[in-house]
Design a protein around this ligand. Structure first.
Ligand SMILES: *Cc1c(COP(=O)(O)O)cnc(C)c1O
Length: 384
């Protein structure tokens, strides 16, 4: 009945629902850090590093202050700076390219595959020059990029691969965990990621002990021993309170991922049932073969996306546009000289995509209401 459904609201994410069942153990873990008064790095951070390393199937992990710092410090550990070029995707969160630019290196964009929104490996080689030092593939929305061809190209040209796995903790590519595939894997514990802390935090994983050592020094101003600096680093340290919260949440991550995956399957059934996919008004996210997609986001392509989004908002369904502007068209990157039309797949994605709520606690009723509301929007204004 209309009077019942009118009460439903669907947030994009419901962190309070996630917190409620783990409230006591979270408070206990934070209290233990407060009692210890050891707030930065230290044993709680070390424990978190060991556990994330294990989870990501990687021998080393270095905790940092954010996902952005994870990218920045990885680039620094490779000595990337002025005159260097780093290849990445223009269809990503700003930090991916911003970290390159902050080091006075040049972000060189390569378009994405329309199917997965991830870097198109077939277009990479054309963009490699003698200045190219690294490739940053992004595992967007929780699905790994085409890593084998990327690794193969990188190897052939002597390039470092830094995975931006900020949205992809636990995602897999041919049985390999996100972050463990390239030389560096960068994670974010921003609260809206699948494994979020109580504030900012991040981590770099690597399979190389020397790289881990460099990361470890660079996050404390390049200090080789107390007050002796071999290199210029920064303050990229990880807080113990964040590490304590991540330690509590990590054992729940696979359960939350399973819930996200079943929410995604339920959306697929509901959309197929609605007829919206058959007539092309809505296109569902595609999963490439041999992937474990962890659905940090469930991103559809929708006809008249912006009107749909405001209709949903009017009916208490939250959605989001990741991302409305392809990075090559951002004002701050105008000096790179890119133009409208340079990356058609990325630009189309920026125009067409809409992220729907897929958080673990999303109910059957909320999912059904979301799809019903989308169907109603198109039936009210069926013309393209
Ligand atoms: C969130 C995110 C980052 C940055 O992480 P922060 O912890 O917010 O600094 C980098 N890259 C991608 C793809 C992200 O989604």
């Amino acid at each position: 009945m209309a009077s019942e459904t009118s009460e439903i609201s669907v947030p994009l994410l419901d962190l309070k629902a996630q917190y409620a069942p783990i409230r006591e153990e979270t408070i206990e873990a934070v209290r233990a850090v407060l009692d210890s008064q050891w707030f930065i790095l230290g044993p709680t951070v070390k424990e978190c590093e060991a556990r994330i390393a294990e989870y990501c199937h990687c021998p080393h992990a270095v905790g940092v202050a954010s996902g952005t710092d994870a990218l920045l410090v990885s680039l620094m550990a490779e000595g990337i700076g002025a005159g260097d070029e780093v290849i990445t995707t223009p269809y990503t969160f700003f930090a991916t390219a911003g970290s390159i630019a902050r080091l006075n290196a040049k972000p060189v964009f390569v378009d994405v595959l329309p199917s997965t929104f991830n870097l198109d490996p077939s277009q990479i080689e054309d963009r490699i020059t003698e200045n190219t030092k690294a490739i940053i593939p992004v595992h967007l929305f929780g699905q790994c990029a085409e890593m084998d061809p990327i690794l193969e190209i990188a190897e052939r040209h002597g390039l470092t691969v830094i995975e931006d796995a900020a949205q992809a903790i636990g995602a897999e590519y041919k049985g390999r965990r996100a972050g463990s595939i390239g030389q560096y894997g960068c994670f974010s514990f921003f609260p809206s990621k699948n494994l979020g802390g109580g504030g900012d935090g991040g981590m770099v994983v690597t399979d190389d002990a020397q790289r881990a050592e460099r990361l470890d020094q660079l996050r404390v101003h390049g200090q080789s021993s107390t007050y002796y600096h071999a290199n210029v680093g920064g303050n990229f340290r990880f807080d113990a309170i964040q590490a304590a919260i991540i330690n509590v949440k990590l054992p729940y991550l696979d359960g939350w991922t399973a819930a996200r995956q079943s929410n995604a399957e339920r959306y697929r059934r509901l959309f197929e049932g609605s007829g919206l996919t058959a007539n092309g008004l809505v296109r569902l996210p595609q999963v490439a073969p041999q992937r474990r997609h962890i659905y940090n986001q469930f991103v559809i392509r929708a006809e008249r996306r912006d009107q749909l989004r405001s209709y949903l908002a009017d009916h208490r369904v939250s959605s989001a546009v990741y991302y409305p502007v392809s990075l090559h068209l951002q004002e701050c990157f105008s000096y790179l000289g890119y133009r409208d039309g340079d990356f058609p797949a990325s630009e189309a994605a920026a125009r067409e995509t809409l992220a729907l709520p897929v958080y673990p606690e999303l109910s059957d009723e909320q999912a059904a209401y979301t799809v019903e509301t989308i169907a109603r929007f198109y039936s009210l204004s069926p013309d393209k």
